[in-house]
Structures are given as structure tokens and as C-alpha cells.
Design a protein around this ligand. Structure first.
Ligand code: SF4
Length: 738
């Protein structure tokens, strides 16, 4: 039995549940992960990722030395052919017919050299082109402190709000809807409060795979507390087995189904009149918009029997305590905002919000997507969701950052997808990516690739050279969660500690240290001496942010040492706020919204007869930067497309057969899994696998309000393929020549 040198308590780097991890370290090597039974989030439970998915920290492909392209280091002009950079295999060898210039080679260097190249090139482009040419992707995997600093760097030094991160790609529709209807954008309750409900709806969320510990709590609510669960989802997800009802709607038909439930609640007078009178506005107008949304109309569009819609509406409305939990099946649509608003209307109609247990709960995806949003890693908001186009907000941050009056920009920034689509002459010229991977996470990757090639200068700050880092000019090696201190804010709004279990490997540095070092170099080149960039530890960074953002005002590292605190924590003696909206909504009254049904942008036809929907697997995480470089990849090593047995038979496809999945934008070859988990006419693909990237197929059409792409529905065809057509995962192109 191994005896640990130390056990470090920290927070899981994968999903938004935010489970507590104990990293057992021997000789600076994490050999085991456990969790304490008294953890308030996960009570000692961990999923396979938290328990076994940490060995990426030691993967030989991890980069621990700053890298600069040969052309930069040797002072040569930038070579043509950035598109060729990607045509290199994982072992660093050019693929046979690649014409890659060796000027694109990665060369190891020291931090001074690498940071000076970054500072020189960003300054050069900024002085030539101005603020609108600069953009940054913050990171939902990095700490609050890292994200706060990076958005501060771009706002304070480059005077731009072109700051965003992957919240745009997961829950932007939910965030916008909640802001419009209640004036806040986080979960109203903690996930563990699910057991306080007698009815709850789970929709657009494969919770067992995406938020496994929350799924356990949902199962406990059903099995131990007798709650009734209603699953509304196109797939026969694991939770269906213990649900009271399953409404298998066609992808993208959320608005008619939820609004038909509202129709039934009104028609049968199950509304909570007191709540509507006391706490909401817009009810009369909302009523007039319900007329067309009969359950029969919704059945015609969604395929869900009208009687089931009626039954679900009655169950939800008649409950003493009811809550709604939703995932990206609601938000990742060209009408994602409307989908979330339709759910919010249900809570207002019934008054199922503002008490322990009841409420509206978008389950946030990444470990710190809530925190990165709180820190202002978005184009429309400073930290604390303060609009950037409001001069009063601007003045507060100018004072905090010691910036001249009127120095910060009032102009709304570009979103992630817009940043790349503006990568051309006269648009975005320099991009800084901290920890994100747009070459896996953006829709329509063939277009994304062209945009990446059009960038003049790209910095990647990460732990691996992933599919996006392969386009970079300079690579800055950062530390993963196990080698840094800071905080993550989970989907419950619980701010928790992240603690280093071991020193950084090689020359890798924590993100916050890299950013401070770079910011000082930028300041001297830009002739500025304004914002404060010298911190002795990450807590000082958090306290600077909390001096303006009252939600975090009472949070110190001491206070969150054991179990974290759930914000809002407005004062140093405030105990935290597990349940929001008990007395009022941040915008005053909750606002009903009138909605109309807008179909998804691509309906199936003879040429493309299937709807493709995409999502995550239990064993993998997002673009796979961490999980595909861990032992988890051995458990689930290749992408598979799920197809219903009836469809498989028609197309002559057997379980395990190679198939080509083709959309109007691209094609991939994968094996088929023939399963009743998916419904007739719908195929499902996970998006973690670079060699069969689901986002080569997805549609880049955006929700006009939230600017979130329609990842959840596009039209595809599925053809039998040959075994020899299957991609070789070992040939995945990830590193550039190095
Ligand atoms: Fe980590 Fe999420 Fe699994 Fe918990 S449920 S161990 S936070 S991945």
C-alpha cells in the first residue's frame, strides 16, 4: 500500500457539478483520487472522469516549455501556408504529401523570449489596426482569477470588449433568456435541492453523462423521496428508466411543447394567480399569444402525444414544489433564447420559483463556465454582469483599474463565433486563446479552419497543443488544475478552492502568472502605467474583482477553505444564498414573454433525411484535450454515431458497421451503434473526437439574440462505408512540427 506524501483537497476540472477531489501525491505524482464523504456537493461520490481522468497531467504530449515558430525566432518574414501547419501528425512528422515549410517548426525557447514575441506582435498589430483588431478567448476550465485577469488585460490595455469564451457555445440562450425574464443568469437553486421537489422536469440534458453526480441526486429524489420526474428529450436517456413520463420530442420543437403545457395550465386554471399578480408582468399579453399552442398543434410539430403534454402540464402545475433542470438541448438552437423563455414562462405561471427546491436551473457545462461568466469573460459584460455599454459601470472599472475617464470602450464586443468570422483584413488580426479549442468546439469546422488561417497572429496558452494550438505562432505552456491555486464557481454558484497538489512540470507556469508577466510587458510597450498587475497570490486578484462585484464581496479564501460559499455573498458575515428570488427578482418583476414557433434551420428532406443532434459522453470532455490524453480514452477510444434500429434496417446498417455521416458542410466516417437510445429519424454524435469531428457537420446559423450556434439540429445523410475508410485516431493532427 502506497503511503502518500500529502493529500491535497481541490475541485474537479471537468464538469460544472464541482465535486471535491482529494489528490493523493507520492513523489510529486498523483497516484489516486478520492473524495470526502462530507463534501456538500458530491458527498464522496465521483464519476469516472473525476476518479480516473487526471493522468493527462503526466502525458508525454504535454507541453512544458515555451514554443515559438522558427520564422519568429530567426527573424524571417512570416511564411505562407498556415493551412499546411495543420497537416502534421501527432508524432511531429509531416504527413507524406505535406509541403509544409520548416519555417513553421516549433522551437523551444525561454519565457522572456516567448513573452516578448507575444508583446511585440500584439502591440504592433494594436498600434496599426486599433482595438477592433484584437480579440481574446477566455477559458471556462481556468480559474476565476485567470479569467478576471485576461478580460482585464484586453479591456484595460487594448480597450476592446472582444472578449468571450465557450459559454457562448453552451448556455448563451439560457443566459440571455434569464437576463431578460428575471435579470440574473445562474441556477436559482442548488442541484442538491432537487430532493425537496415532488415533481421535476429534466429537459435537453443527458444528466447521467453530462452531470453524473446531479443525476445521482435526481435518482435519489425519485427513489428515496418519491418525486416524479418528467423527462422531455429526443433521446431515451438513462433517466427515462425511472421517469414518471418521457416526452420524446423532435429536436428543436421545445417552444411548442413547453408553450402547449402553458396552454393546458391556463385552460385548466392551474395558474398561481397570487404569484402572477405579485411578482410578474406581461401576463395578459402572454395569454393572448397562447391561442395557437394547443397540445394538438404541438403534437403535430413535435411528435409528442397531446395527452402526454396535458398530463405533464398537470403534474408540474399541481405539484407543491416543482423545478426545471435543463441542458444544452434547450439552448444550442437558433431559437435557444426562446426555448429557455418558454420554460421560464412555466415557472411564472405556476409560481414554482423562489422557494427552496423550486426554480429554474440551467445545468452549466464546464467546471468554471459559471465563474468565467461571473468574471466578465463575455463581450457585453464586465465582471458581475455589468453591461459594458453603461457609462456608470465603465466608470467603476476605470476607477478600479486606474484608467483615465472615458478610456474603456462602451462598444459591445464580438462573440466567439463572430470573432472568428471577422478574422480577415480590416477585422480581427490578432487572437489570444487561453485553454479553449475552437477547432473542435465551433460549428462548421471547415469554415472555422479558413478563419483560423486568416489570423495574422495567434497565441495559444494551454497544456497541450490541441487542434487550435496547431495554428498558433507562439505557444505558452500553462499549468493544469493540479498545479495551480485559485477558485472555480460551480453550477450551483458555489465558489470553491482549487489548490496545487504538485509544482508545475518543466517550465510551465500558472495562467495568472503568465498573464501578469505579459501585461507588464504590454504596458511598457503601449506607454501605459495604469492597471495594477503585480499580485503576490491569486486571492489578491479575486479580492480586486470582489471590490466591485458585490456578489463576491464577502468571499475570501479563508471563508471558502472547507466547503465554499454560494454567491451572492454581499458581506463578510453573509452565509451565502443557496436559493435565489425568494422576495423579488433582480429586474423587479419577472417578465412573461410571448413566443412563436420557429423551426430549426435545416429540416430533413430526401437528400438529408436524418436530424443530427450532438452531445457529450460520460468518459470524455469537450474537445478531448484532457480526456483523450488520459486513460479514459482507452475506455471509449472512438466516435460512434447512434442510429435507431428501424432506420438502420432501412439503410442496411448493422451495429458496428462503418458509416459515412454527411451534411451540407462536411462528412465524417465513424462506426454505427444501432440503439433505441435515439428515436426514429434522429442520429446522435458525440463531439469529442478530432478524427471524426461532429462539428464538421453542424450548422453555424446563430440564435439572433444569444449568438449561440444550432449544434442540436442539422440535416444529415448516413451511408454504409468501408472499414478502410475509418480514420486512424493515431494520425490525428494536433501538434504542428515539433
Ligand atoms: Fe468531476 Fe463532474 Fe464527475 Fe463530479 S460529476 S467528478 S465534477 S466530472
Amino acid at each position: 500500500m502506497i503511503k502518500s506524501d500529502r493529500v491535497t483537497t481541490t475541485t474537479c476540472p471537468y464538469c460544472g457539478v464541482g465535486c471535491t477531489l482529494q489528490l493523493h501525491v507520492k513523489d510529486d505524482f498523483i497516484y489516486k483520487v478520492t473524495s470526502p464523504f462530507d463534501s456538500p456537493v458530491n458527498h464522496g461520490n465521483l464519476c469516472v472522469k473525476g476518479r480516473f481522468g487526471y493522468d493527462f497531467v503526466y502525458h508525454p504530449k504535454r507541453i512544458t516549455t515555451p514554443l515559438v515558430r522558427r520564422y519568429l525566432l530567426e527573424g524571417k518574414p512570416k511564411p505562407e501556408g498556415r493551412e499546411q501547419v495543420f497537416a502534421v501528425s501527432v508524432d511531429g512528422k509531416p504527413i507524406p504529401d505535406s509541403k509544409i515549410s520548416n519555417d513553421w517548426d516549433w522551437l523551444e525557447t525561454d519565457w522572456d523570449t516567448a513573452l516578448n514575441f507575444v508583446a511585440d506582435n500584439l502591440t504592433r498589430i494594436y498600434k496599426r489596426e486599433g482595438s477592433d483588431a484584437m480579440a481574446v478567448y477566455c477559458c471556462a476550465k481556468a480559474t476565476n482569477e485567470d479569467n478576471y485577469l485576461l478580460q482585464k488585460m484586453y479591456r484595460a490595455l487594448f480597450r476592446t470588449n472582444n472578449v468571450d469564451h465557450c459559454t457562448r457555445l453552451c448556455h448563451a440562450g439560457s443566459v440571455v433568456a434569464l437576463q431578460q425574464a428575471v435579470g440574473s443568469s445562474a441556477m436559482s437553486n442548488t442541484a442538491s435541492q432537487v430532493v425537496m421537489n415532488d415533481v421535476f422536469i429534466v429537459t435537453g440534458s443527458n444528466t447521467s453523462e453530462n452531470h453524473p453526480i446531479i443525476a445521482l441526486q435526481m435518482k435519489e429524489a425519485v427513489q428515496k423521496h418519491g418525486a416524479k420526474m418528467i423527462v422531455i428529450d429526443p433521446r431515451r436517456i438513462d433517466l427515462v428508466d425511472m421517469a414518471e413520463m418521457w416526452l420524446p420530442l423532435k429536436p428543436g420543437t421545445n417552444v411548442p411543447v413547453f408553450t402547449a403545457m402553458a396552454y393546458v395550465i391556463v385552460e385548466e386554471n392551474l395558474v398561481n394567480h397570487d404569484f402572477i399578480n405579485d411578482r410578474t408582468e406581461g401576463y395578459t399579453e402572454f395569454l393572448s399569444s397562447l391561442e395557437t399552442f394547443t397540445p394538438e398543434y404541438a403534437e403535430e410539430i413535435s411528435g409528442v402525444p397531446a395527452e402526454d403534454i396535458r398530463k405533464a402540464a398537470r403534474l408540474y402545475a399541481n405539484a407543491k414544489n416543482a423545478a426545471i433542470y435543463w441542458g444544452m438541448g434547450i439552448s444550442q438552437l437558433s431559437h435557444g433564447t426562446a426555448s429557455a423563455l418558454a420554460l421560464i414562462n412555466l415557472a411564472f405561471l405556476t409560481g414554482h420559483i423562489g422557494r427552496d427546491g423550486t426554480g429554474l436551473n440551467p445545468l452549466r457545462g464546464q467546471n468554471n463556465v459559471q465563474g468565467a461568466s461571473d468574471m466578465g469573460a463575455m463581450p457585453f459584460h464586465y465582471p458581475g454582469y455589468m453591461r459594458v455599454d453603461n457609462p456608470e459601470n465603465r466608470a467603476k472599472w476605470e476607477k478600479t483599474w486606474n484608467i483615465e475617464e472615458g478610456g474603456l470602450s462602451l462598444k459591445l464586443g464580438l462573440t466567439t463565433t463572430e470573432i472568428l468570422s471577422h478574422a480577415h483584413e480590416g477585422g480581427i488580426r490578432a487572437l489570444y486563446i487561453m485553454g479553449e479549442n475552437p477547432m473542435m468546439s465551433e460549428p462548421n469546422l471547415n469554415e472555422t479552419r479558413k478563419h483560423m488561417q486568416h489570423l495574422e497572429f495567434l497565441v495559444a496558452q494551454d497544456i497541450f497543443i490541441n487542434e487550435s494550438g496547431a495554428f498558433a505562432d507562439v505557444f505558452l505552456p500553462a499549468t493544469p488544475f493540479a498545479e495551480k491555486d485559485g477558485t472555480f464557481s460551480n453550477t450551483d454558484r458555489r465558489v470553491q478552492r482549487v489548490r496545487a497538489a504538485q509544482p508545475p512540470r518543466g517550465q510551465a507556469r500558472p495562467d495568472w502568472q503568465i498573464l501578469c508577466d505579459l501585461a507588464l510587458r504590454l504596458e511598457s510597450r503601449l506607454g501605459l502605467a495604469t492597471a495594477h498587475w503585480t499580485y503576490s497570490n491569486p486571492e489578491e486578484i479575486l479580492r480586486e474583482m470582489a471590490s466591485v462585484n458585490s456578489d463576491y464581496a464577502g468571499i475570501t479564501y479563508d471563508r471558502i477553505d472547507k466547503v465554499g460559499l454560494i454567491y451572492p455573498v454581499p458581506t463578510m458575515d453573509h452565509p451565502g444564498t443557496p436559493t435565489l428570488f425568494k422576495e423579488s427578482f433582480p429586474r423587479g418583476r419577472g417578465k412573461f414573454h410571448q413566443l412563436e414557433y420557429i423551426p430549426v434551420m435545416e429540416e430533413p428532406n430526401d437528400e438529408y433525411p436524418f436530424i443530427l443532434t450532438t452531445g457529450r459522453l460520460l468518459e470524455h470532455w469537450h474537445g478531448g484535450t484532457m480526456t483523450r490524453n488520459s486513460a479514459l480514452n482507452e475506455i471509449y477510444p472512438e466516435a460512434r454515431v447512434e442510429i435507431h434500429p428501424a432506420d438502420a434496417e432501412i439503410h442496411g446498417i448493422r451495429n458496428g458497421d462503418p458509416v459515412k455521416v454527411q451534411s451540407r458542410r462536411g462528412e465524417i466516417i465513424v462506426r454505427a451503434t444501432v440503439t433505441e437510445k435515439t428515436t426514429v429519424g434522429v442520429v446522435f454524435l458525440p463531439w469529442h473526437f478530432a478524427e471524426a469531428a461532429a462539428n464538421l457537420l453542424t450548422n453555424d446559423v446563430l440564435d439572433p439574440q444569444a449568438k449561440i450556434p444550432e449544434f442540436k439540429a442539422c440535416a444529415v445523410q448516413v451511408f454504409p462505408a468501408r472499414e478502410s475508410d475509418l480514420p486512424n485516431p493515431e494520425a490525428v493532427v494536433t501538434r504542428g512540427r515539433y
